[in-house]
Design a protein around this ligand. Structure first.
Ligand SMILES: Cc1cc2nc3c(=O)[nH]c(=O)nc-3n(C[C@H](O)[C@H](O)[C@H](O)COP(=O)(O)OP(=O)(O)OC[C@H]3O[C@@H](n4cnc5c(N)ncnc54)[C@H](O)[C@@H]3O)c2cc1C
Length: 588
């Protein structure tokens, strides 16, 4: 019996109201996609992930992936069985290119499926998630020959993909990496170096692993301008494309971690391993960004997927655990804790943030769909700009929430939340990595402030602010004054903070503002999307589910969104106070 029920109606509602999936599916690129078929696939995915994958989540935590003495890594048996069924059912193919065996669905539909996979088992989901990012990078930048050899196998899931950047001295600063690539004279390259923290870098769920590795060629310029991207397969495909000779790379060790025990985090040694360059020399960072931008939204989704599962468990517990007597309850019996306002506050906070952040992530992905497939050139450009603006916010805001909300879910359980057997603690532990990897949230916030706000001389963020302004009007016109009034106040905070940043000429002041600004931006973006949803939901006065949507958006707008005013001073304060104390000497 699964303790996870995919929130199908919520997901479809977001696809309809926030993504405008009807418009996306009407693009010529999706002429082969029928909405009923796409939504039918979501129903089937919900069944598969709740019944087949969700029950493996606990095994991942308790058994974990284990490195054997010969350097191989074994995933839990239940993972292997579930992965075989995942491949047989073709779930990895949903949004991949048709010419290589994919179904070519919009990315927004792919995201819906990935949310359910992530909630079902986050550690397991990382393997297909990284594979899908590798597919994207190879489809966009690989040669025809490389596509022919690798794409079909990756799309089917028979082979899996990894993303190999990090080294001991190169974490946030990827440009510091030292792994070498020497030409072998036959068109291939010899890759040598040690990479750390490589997710699913070695395992026994698939017959081959395709590593996409960043390395430096001889004489390459320093920093990120001198990095190239290579395909380095674990088993080198023979002329028929079948996995053959073992490449000279191996897993030296795997990390012992706070969470995601099912996902092996590998130290990988490459010793003259044979690699094939993707695209142009020294353009590797650009290609890797194709992969990382995709992965950043997926990591944001991990925050929400874990929060959703934590919420469902907390809700269930709150409706079974009795403690104390709620106001007005009979004197003879104790009340369900869900009757206490403070517990309801915790549950409402979880639900409202989950729904808001889900909308943000899906809006981000719909913008990417538009950037690739809208028939109109201007709409494609607008989609690209919007996606660029929202991606760091999606990653940082949703993963910070993942940690906060899974902590609240644990809190609803009281002492039993701290005890592992309820499973609530696992979500909290699993969520903690998400603000760290795929670019820490500090790095995301700096990306937003230093690179995204200046896009088109501030025009990109101005367009988004104008859209929020329109939501203030539509919510007011729809008779939702609590939402429109609260959104107007928060909008003013965001506008002021944005204007302030645009006028700054001291980079340290801007960098000091980055994290509170990113939070402020995320809060307002969610208020905007929830407001738009409420306008649609308010039209269905007879549908209690829709009325709940209005109630959630109202709670969010009036009780959570006002946090923006507490953040604004930290945005405008500058860096001076952060350097007022000698932190180098403090405590010594
Ligand atoms: C479980 C796990 C899985 C991972 N999977 C992969 C993977 O599959 N592939 C891969 O290549 N990597 C992977 N990573 C690596 C991950 O992406 C890095 O850990 C992350 O980018 C942070 O780098 P770091 O650990 O070196 O921290 P550091 O870069 O040392 O950062 C330490 C702190 O300093 C801050 N900081 C650093 N630089 C700056 C700056 N310029 N300005 C302001 N603040 C700064 C950071 O925000 C952070 O708070 C994984 C890591 C873990 C733990």
């Amino acid at each position: 019996m699964s303790d996870y029920t995919p929130p199908l109606r919520d997901i479809k509602f977001v696809l309809d109201t926030t993504c405008d999936i009807d418009e996306i599916i009407s693009y010529p690129s999706f002429a082969h996609v029928d909405k009923d078929v796409a939504f039918g696939a979501l129903d089937e995915a919900a069944r598969f992930f709740s019944e087949v994958v969700a029950p493996t989540n606990r095994d991942g935590d308790l058994i974990g992936s284990v490195r054997n003495d010969d350097g191989s890594v074994s995933a839990p048996d239940s993972f292997k069985k579930a992965y075989a069924q995942y491949v047989a059912a073709g779930w990895g193919a949903v949004k991949s290119p048709i010419e290589f065996g994919g179904h070519g669905f919009p990315g927004s539909v792919g995201l819906a499926i990935l949310e359910m996979l992530t909630s079902a088992n986050m550690a397991f989901s990382l393997c297909p998630m990284l594979t899908s990012s590798a597919i994207l990078a190879l489809s966009a930048h690989g040669s025809d020959e490389q596509k022919a050899i690798y794409l079909e196998k990756l799309i089917s899931g028979e082979w899996t993909g990894t993303m190999v950047l990090s080294e001991p001295e190169a974490g946030s600063d990827v440009g510091a990496l030292r792994t070498k690539a020497e030409p072998k004279g036959d068109g291939t390259w010899a890759i040598t170096g040690t990479k750390i923290f490589i997710t699913w870098g070695e395992h026994d769920m698939a017959e081959n692993i395709v590593h996409l590795v960043l390395a430096r060629t001889p004489g390459a310029p320093p920093g990120t301008k001198g990095i190239s991207l290579f395909i380095v397969p674990k088993l080198i495909p023979d002329s028929a494309g079948a996995p053959a000779d073992r490449n000279s790379l191996h897993c030296v060790s795997i990390e012992h971690k706070l969470g995601i025990h099912g996902s092996p985090t590998c130290v990988m040694a490459f010793e003259d391993a044979t690699g094939w360059m993707i695209g142009e020399e020294n353009a590797g960072m650009h290609y890797m960004f194709t992969m990382m931008n995709d992965a950043r939204i997926h990591v944001g989704l991990e925050g929400i997927g874990l929060a959703e599962r934590s919420y469902q468990q907390a809700l269930d517990y709150a409706n079974t655990r009795r403690q104390g007597r709620a106001v007005g309850a009979a004197k003879t019996e104790s009340s369900l804790i869900v009757q206490h306002p403070d517990v309801r506050r915790m549950l409402m906070t979880m639900r409202a943030f989950i729904e808001g952040a889900r909308a943000l992530l899906f809006a981000n992905t719909a913008a990417i769909d538009r950037s690739h497939h809208a028939p109109d050139v201007a709409a494609r450009a607008a989609g690209e700009e919007r996606a660029a603006l929202l991606t760091p916010v999606s990653k940082a805001f949703a993963t910070d929430l993942g940690v906060e909300l899974t902590s609240i879910g644990l809190q609803v359980h009281g002492g039993m939340g701290f005890v592992e057997e309820t499973g609530s603690a696992q979500h909290f532990r699993d969520a903690r990595i998400t603000p760290i990897y795929e670019g820490t949230n500090g790095i995301q916030a700096m990306d937003l402030v230093m690179r995204k706000l200046p896009l088109r001389e501030g025009g990109v963020v101005a367009d988004f602010l104008a859209e929020i302004g329109a939501t203030i009007e539509t919510t007011a016109a729809a008779g939702l004054p609590e939402i429109s009034d609260s959104l107007a106040v928060a909008y003013a905070d965001l506008e002021l903070a944005t204007d302030h940043l645009a006028r700054l000429d001291d980079a340290n002041d801007a960098l000091a503002a980055a994290t509170p600004y990113c939070r402020l931006f995320g809060l307002v973006a969610c208020g905007h999307y929830l407001g738009r949803q409420a306008v649609v939901a308010a039209r269905s006065a007879d549908d209690p589910w829709m009325q709940d949507k209005v109630a959630i958006a109202t709670f969010y707008s009036t009780q959570l969104l006002p946090q923006t005013s507490g953040l604004a001073p930290a945005v405008t304060a500058g860096a001076q106070q952060l350097f007022a104390v000698d932190l180098a000497a403090a405590g010594v």
